[in-house]
Design a protein around this ligand. Structure first.
Ligand code: NAP
Length: 200
């Protein structure tokens, strides 16, 4: 398969792209680096990316920005970033991508455990994650041509915890997290949220 990975220069995305590259042709998209660059916050940028790479068989997003901050400190910009980038950016990958994906192709988006297991500071991330899970479940009912859409829900990634100076022992490695994305692309799930630990 020819697979586009948006966010492929990141912690999760690099592990996903590297695992896929063992048996698929992978196009790595990032914001600054990668085979192609894209800004999830801009529909024009998403359209240009799709036009530049030609038809693909699957699209994976491991990108999406949202701030971790106390509820009392969240301003309009924090809500806008989560809604326009993490949420609508990934949804626009599906909306625009329908014109650029083969019959039977799949979209795999990234939500996160904070939708169902929130913590203080996670309000805008939790709301975007929950909306992404609902989007995948509902859009799956209406995508034609055998297209599928799923969300992956990662837990805290060990490498991210290490970068943040935390004890990584409760986390899941990026390589193990990547297995849920491969299951979404290579399996036949549709409208599902894949909890990353279930596939490690
Ligand atoms: N890491 C975790 O513990 C964890 C846990 C649960 C959920 N998640 C979710 O998983 C996703 C990926 O996390 P991560 O830790 O792998 O992130 P990361 O290491 O920060 O990587 C982010 C990726 O997204 C790209 N990117 C940044 N801004 C972008 C934009 N405006 N448009 C398009 N691409 C953009 C980056 O490209 P450049 O490198 O070119 O800037 C990079 O490839 C996020 O949505 C995060 O909320 C992560």
């Amino acid at each position: 398969m020819k697979i586009l990975v948006v966010g492929a220069t990141g912690t999760i995305g690099k592990a996903v792209a590297d695992a896929l590259a063992e048996r698929h042709k992978v196009i790595r998209a990032g914001y600054k680096d990668g085979d192609v660059s894209v800004d999830l916050g801009s529909k024009t940028s998403i359209e240009e990316m799709y036009r530049s790479i030609g038809q693909v068989d699957a699209v994976i997003s491991t990108a999406g920005l949202a701030d971790f901050a106390p509820f009392s400190e969240l301003d309009d910009a924090a809500y806008d970033l989560a809604l326009q980038n993490k949420l609508m950016g990934q949804i626009n990958l599906v909306r625009i991508g329908q014109e650029h994906i083969s019959d039977g192709g799949s979209f795999t988006l990234t939500a996160g455990i904070l939708s169902r297991d929130p913590m203080p500071g996670s309000v805008v991330i939790s709301l975007a994650n929950g909306a992404l899970e609902s989007f995948a479940k509902a859009a799956a009912l209406e995508l034609g041509r055998g297209l599928r859409v799923n969300a992956v829900s990662p837990v805290f990634v060990k490498e991210t915890m290490e970068m943040m100076g935390m004890d990584p022992s409760t986390g899941l490695s990026a390589a193990d997290t990547a297995k849920s994305y491969l299951a979404a692309v290579e399996g036949d799930l549709n409208g599902a949220t894949l909890d990353a630990p279930d596939y490690a």
